[in-house]
Design a protein around this ligand. Structure first.
Ligand SMILES: *Cc1c(COP(=O)(O)O)cnc(C)c1O
Length: 467
């Protein structure tokens, strides 16, 4: 029937709808236009039910072992969230208490990361590590430009040195900000970027070097101190003083608690800035991130905007204007609720669960671990070299999906993209009991796949990666 008729049928039905059972009402009992706005309103119960049911077709967040992002918070956090979802983080003048909590949070984080001089540290909440790393990159670039201008040298060809296994946000930074990315390849011998041959990548146009604490592909840490020592050598030979930004999206909230002796943060004097995702191991729902600069020299004043704040002055450097304020309060709730010991216990439990699962996978005939989950609680495995099978890790991912588990398979970074990995991200809420169930499902799905005589057809839908 023509669409106008459909709309008028829908309209006459609306008045009858109130007394009809939910799924017999128009909206539920009829198909609605998906890409244009319907002319008339519908009952809120019906609209709620439709959206609720549509979202039901998503995967179950708690079984989503692909994401790094928090999928469980406790009931008090949920209550606080419901009380504060109307707060706009930018309204510092109207919500001075939330603004003060934001500052407390980044100062607590700066302290966790051993910022040497709290009086001179600068930090901000962001929406995630993507915009936090964008800010880190911008500060490196502006600092380099200022120094080049002061020396009367050209400043039009900046480059940034980073591993080819960086998260996509760094490729965006380089693309959007006209910075040449100089990717250091991952090789079987140097599986993570460790400073080897760094002298071939840096020059007077290098704005900085990125080190990753928790490579997204496999969870491994890049050795910040070793990279820094290599930059010391380079400085001695060439006079180039190149700073490091640490992308600690996930490790920033794990290493301080579970690997306290590992020096990757402001204890390494070349580290100018660090970002982390509050919504990853900061244990807050999406989206919140944090960026902290060692001192005012690392964050040029020319990038800071000033807003009036209760008659005073509040520096702001976040990229978006309006953004949710509730997550800042949730971060502070976690800091109070958990304290250092609570964070340590939570992350250690996730590390234990990750190593239990990786141990079981390592013991299975077809597999070989690429990492075991002893840095961040994230590990990856591959099919053993020389193991012949009719199935792939993509097939295993599909089979696990039938059981509700979301465990992605994907190719390794560019230079090793013929290597296919499968990865599990263990988060708070993945109990040992659930881990036992996952291992049992992996075992039974592998047994099933082993019975296949011919490869399964693939539908060509690519892997969904880059969390
Ligand atoms: C997740 C991640 C990002 C992006 O962070 P978001 O918080 O998702 O914006 C950047 N870098 C690394 C290493 C990551 O793991």
């Amino acid at each position: 029937m023509p669409s106008d008729d459909r709309k008028s049928v829908f309209r006459t039905n609306l008045s009858d709808s109130l007394s009809l059972p939910v799924f017999s009402r128009s909206g539920e009992a009829t198909e609605l236009p998906k890409f244009s706005l319907a002319r008339d309103s519908m009952l809120p119960e019906t609209a709620y039910q439709i959206v609720h049911d549509e979202a039901m077709l998503d995967g179950n967040a708690r079984l989503n072992l692909a994401t790094f992002v928090t999928t469980w918070m406790d009931d008090h956090a949920n209550r606080l969230y419901a009380e504060s979802f109307d707060k706009n983080e930018i309204d510092k003048d109207e919500y001075p208490a939330t603004a003060a909590v934001e500052e407390r949070c980044w100062r607590i984080i700066a302290d966790l990361w051993h910022a040497p001089d709290p009086g001179h540290t600068i930090g901000t909440a962001t929406v995630g590590s993507s915009d936090a790393s964008m800010l880190g990159g911008l500060a490196l670039k502006r600092r380099w430009q200022d120094a080049r201008k002061a020396a009367g040298k050209p400043f039009d060809k900046p480059n940034l040195v980073l591993s080819s296994a960086v998260q996509v946000c760094w490729e965006k930074f380089c693309n959007y900000r006209d910075v040449e990315p100089r990717f250091v390849p991952c090789t079987p011998e140097h599986f993570v970027f460790d400073g080897t041959e760094l002298e071939n990548y840096v020059d007077e146009n290098t704005i900085g070097v990125v080190a990753i604490m928790g490579v997204t592909f496999n969870g491994l840490y890049e050795p910040v101190k070793q990279i820094s020592a290599k930059l010391d050598e380079i400085e001695q030979k060439t006079g180039l003083d190149i700073k490091i930004h640490v992308d600690a999206a996930s490790g920033g909230f794990v290493a301080p608690f579970c690997q306290p002796d590992l020096e990757w943060d402001f204890r390494v004097s070349r580290v100018a800035s660090i970002n982390a995702s509050g919504h990853k191991y900061g244990l807050v729902y999406p989206g919140i991130g944090w960026a902290v600069w060692r001192d005012k020299a690392a964050m040029p004043e020319s990038l800071i905007f000033h807003v009036s704040y209760l008659g005073g002055d509040l520096p702001t450097l976040a990229l978006p204007f309006s953004r949710p304020g509730a997550q800042v309060l949730l971060q502070y709730y976690n800091f109070l609720r958990l304290g250092f010991e609570g964070y340590r216990a939570t992350q250690q439990e996730s590390l234990d669960v990750a190593q239990y699962i990786s141990g079981e996978i390592a013991a299975m005939e077809p597999f070989e671990l690429v990492s075991k989950g002893d840095t961040i609680p994230v590990f990856a495995w591959r099919i053993k070299e020389g193991y012949t099978s009719t199935w792939t890790l993509y097939d295993l991912a599909d089979r696990l999906r039938l059981r509700g588990w979301l465990v992605p398979a994907y190719p390794m970074a560019d230079d090793m993209s013929n290597l296919v990995l499968q990865r599990v991200v263990v988060k708070n809420g993945m109990s040992h009991d659930l881990a036992v169930a996952l291992v049992a499902d992996i075992k039974s799905q592998v047994s099933y796949l082993e019975t296949l005589e011919a490869p399964l057809p693939r539908d060509g839908s690519g892997p969904n990666f880059h969390h």
